[in-house]
Ligand binder design. Structure first.
Ligand code: AMP
Length: 180
């Protein structure tokens, strides 16, 4: 069957389901409650596939409290930009104010990785450009996507983490089964 150009255009504009790993971080206020609320709101963005354990990590940048980090794997019937907008909406709703780049934050949500090819636009770069340098992102990512590889070169993130080391990132006891 041949589709008319207009029908083809309509098909192409349909959002694909994104199998995304969203990284969550917080180091101000009640961080655990903040991550829990962000994870709950992600349930309205798509179907939650898995939660990582909760991790504690030392901050990158100026002196500030330690971070709590986690990751959630979500299947979302959204275009890439719409997924980013949904994360920014959650950050705003939870009171994040953008200040210094490496500064403390109530909540930070990043698209760490997507199953399938890499994605680059003016607003979004996936895999996250810093993913391979950050144990605080790799540890929770691997909980929810142990099979994940870098789409650029096929390298397994499990091997990246083994080489990088845990950089002082520790899993909080008792959080593997639930923290929310
Ligand atoms: P930050 O809150 O400091 O992590 O920066 C957020 C901004 O980075 C967003 O407004 C996006 O436009 C941009 N960005 C680029 N790639 C990503 C990504 N993979 N996940 C989240 N934000 C991204």
């Amino acid at each position: 069957m041949r589709l008319a150009p207009a029908a083809l255009g309509a098909l192409r504009s349909l959002p694909m389901a994104l199998d995304a790993v969203v990284g969550l971080g917080s180091n101000l206020g009640d961080s655990r409650a903040m991550l829990c609320e962000a994870a709950r709101r992600l349930g309205a963005v798509g179907e939650i596939q898995a939660h990582s354990a909760l991790y504690e990590s030392e901050p990158v940048g100026p002196p500030q409290p330690n971070f709590r980090n986690a990751a959630v794997r979500v299947l979302a019937e959204l275009a890439h930009d719409a997924l980013l907008d949904a994360l920014l909406d959650i950050e705003r709703a939870l009171g994040r104010v953008r200040r210094e780049r490496w500064g403390p934050r109530l909540i930070d949500l990043d698209v760490l990785w997507l199953a399938g090819p890499a994605f680059v636009s003016d607003r979004l770069v996936v895999p996250h450009p810093e993913l391979r340098n950050r144990a605080f992102a790799l540890c929770p990512l691997l909980d929810v996507a142990p099979e994940a590889t870098d789409p650029h070169d096929g390298v397994r993130y499990a091997d990246v983490l083994a080489e990088l080391g845990h950089q002082g990132v520790v899993e909080l006891p008792g959080t593997r089964s639930s923290w929310c």
